[in-house]
Design a protein around this ligand. Structure first.
Ligand SMILES: Nc1ncnc2c1ncn2[C@@H]1O[C@H](COP(=O)(O)OP(=O)(O)OP(=O)(O)O)[C@@H](O)[C@H]1O
Ligand SMILES: [Mg+2]
Length: 267
């Protein structure tokens, strides 16, 4: 059964979509079947992967959420073999309002994903920059959450708010939700504050901080306008190499966790 990971941070512009696209692409080149779920009405993961939600068949995750189609109908192949995306556009913002009165409104994404979980090794959900109903749906549907963050002073406050929200979801809706890891993005090694923030995150979260940091890299910011993940745009860039290394960390962490689970079952 595939692992579902929410890529989440309520702060805007911290590298969620860039991380979802490029971790997804890196896992796909490691021969994993990967689905990126664009769960943001901005539709950046959709366009960043070269797709247009308004082109036929025009089915999007919004229609899947409100029961007008299956999630499979909203999924398109990307240029990269093994990487698919469930597309979104601005209509998704309507779901935030329309689902309010629905029964089990927090579990809609979980239930539409369920029939597809065997088809993919990894499902990455690109969340919007808020802790609203869409993000709650994403966390309820996930095995873990991955937090991209920029090394700025206020990032730490946002991070503790996010971790406590995840704790509430774990208590009320999804007891098995884990922290996949914290990923430092747009890292500038010449900036002292960046090192201080990184040290502080490491002190609080230890092993949960990815060893790999994503450097600020102009090629990463150019790739979406070409509708390509960085691996198809500039495979030799520092950004491409960093995301490949993060994907390797994710695969290794999951192999380790599975080994621990297996030995626990034997005891
Ligand atoms: N490592 C990087 N180096 C340089 N630019 C980057 C890097 N990561 C992301 N960017 C750029 O920063 C901007 C914000 O990134 P991105 O869209 O991934 O953030 P986000 O958290 O998904 O934003 P939102 O909250 O609006 O969804 C984009 O223009 C992106 O191209
Ligand atoms: Mg985004």
């Amino acid at each position: 059964m595939g692992k579902v990971i929410s890529v989440i941070n309520q702060k805007g512009g911290v590298g969620k979509t860039t991380s979802a696209i490029n971790i997804g692409a890196s896992l796909a080149v490691a021969e994993r079947q990967v689905l990126v779920v664009d769960f943001d009405p901005q539709g950046n993961a959709t366009s960043g992967l070269g797709l247009d939600a308004s082109s036929p068949p025009e089915k999007t995750i919004y229609q899947a959420l409100v029961g007008e189609c299956s999630l499979a109908e909203a999924i398109r192949e990307t240029e990269l073999p093994g990487l698919s995306v469930a597309v979104a556009d601005r209509n998704l913002s309507g779901a935030e309002v329309e689902l309010v009165g629905a029964i089990a409104r927090e579990q809609k994404l979980r239930s539409i994903l369920a029939p597809l979980r065997d088809k993919y090794h990894y499902i990455l959900i690109d969340c919007p920059p808020s802790l609203g109903l869409l993000t709650i749906n994403a966390l309820t549907a996930s095995d873990s959450y991955l937090v991209p963050m920029q090394c700025e002073y206020f990032s730490l406050e946002g991070l503790s708010q996010l971790v406590s929200t995840a704790g509430l979801i774990r208590g009320a809706l999804n007891p098995s939700l884990e922290l996949e890891g914290i990923l430092l993005t747009m890292f500038d090694a010449r900036n002292n504050l960046a090192h201080q923030v990184a040290d502080e995150v490491r002190a609080h979260f230890g092993e949960k901080l990815f060893k790999t940091m994503i450097p600020r890299n102009v090629r990463l910011s150019e790739a979406p306008s070409h509708g390509k993940p960085i691996l198809l745009y500039d495979i030799e860039s520092r950004g491409a190499i960093a995301y490949l290394t993060v994907a390797k960390e994710i695969i290794e962490n999951n192999m380790q966790r599975r080994a621990v689970d297996a030995s626990a079952t034997l005891v």
